[in-house]
Design a protein around this ligand. Sequence first.
Ligand SMILES: Cc1ncc(COP(=O)(O)O)c(C=O)c1O
Length: 372
Amino acid sequence: MYRPIAEIHLDRLIRNYRKIQNYVEDALVLPVIKANAYGHGLVRVAKALQEEGVTFFSVFTLGSAIKLRENGISGNILIFSRFTKDLLQLAVEFDITLSIACKDDIQLLIDFIQKTEKCPKVHLKVDTGMSRLGIDYDEVQTILEQLKVHPEIHLEGIYSHFATADEGDPSYAELQLRRFSEVVKLSKQLGLPIKYYHIANSGAVLNLPESFFNLVRVGMLMYGAYPSDETSECIEVEPVMSFKAPIVLVRHVKAGIPVSYGSVYAPDSDSYIGVVQAGFVDGVPRNWFERGYVGYQGKTYKIAGRICMDQFMANFGDEKPQIGDDVLIFGDDGTNRIPIEVIASDINLTPYVLMSTIGGRTERVYINNGEC
Ligand SMILES: Cc1ncc(COP(=O)(O)O)c(C=O)c1O
């Protein structure tokens, strides 16, 4: 059956992970595998990392964390999303670590402990400048003092999140880092027994080495892409995903005859046009056609006209491609390399969006050292 394929190279994932772990030295790499491991497949990615010795993972929802447990992932799992009262019992049962996102969460924990005499592990999230989840930076002292008098709350970590660590101008990230360092200092002065302090994401791993503390949360870099074109490339990574799709029909189109919706494109000379079975519903970025291209047998060919919902066309010029062969949309297939970052920058998106929206009819095929 014709369908797009996302080849997931688990050996590349592990090599990237090892390089990052070596680079951050004594800090522990906490792989971020939320959003279906950024489109790479939650369970397979977690299992590969667990085999490599990873013992701490992070996801966004409790549902993903439970799915990991049900599939044999035994390490710590931190969830980033805001929890609700009804999830506390499940968090205890499945040994999931929760994030405290605001003052009210602490009261929920206290009430739960009073009722059940149990408490899930928690990390306190501090908002140092992202204005998303987290205790207000100004209120941290009061909150830490409150947590000090409630040792029954199993506070294992304190963390924050950068808004601009992948940008060339480091000033705002440095401000966030100074604030976070103050919080760390305060918690130590209060004698709170905190095991993990963390704020660094991929951008910070590359741009802000002083932000590692004893744990770094890494997503994008581990999947083999740089979060933006303003980060250092001091760690060389390989793209884990190769997104491909089959040519299902080849037609010979005369010069000047329009191809695809809107008739905005026509070949300059008589050309072989391949119809490729993948469209924007599968994750092919709809805007990647003006300067967009695909890889085929070591060469690149222009995308011909607008990407449709289920298909798109590519101009092979005088060369007649083989029906049934795959073209490379992004990634590295050994003969072509099309970095996802190039597409992202051309169409003004981030690799985060491109990667995590691969879906539709796309089949994920897992490859380890060249074997499925
Ligand atoms: C709270 C949190 N930590 C870490 C990360 C990982 O970020 P990155 O993929 O840039 O490493 C994310 C991703 O958005 C996140 O939301």
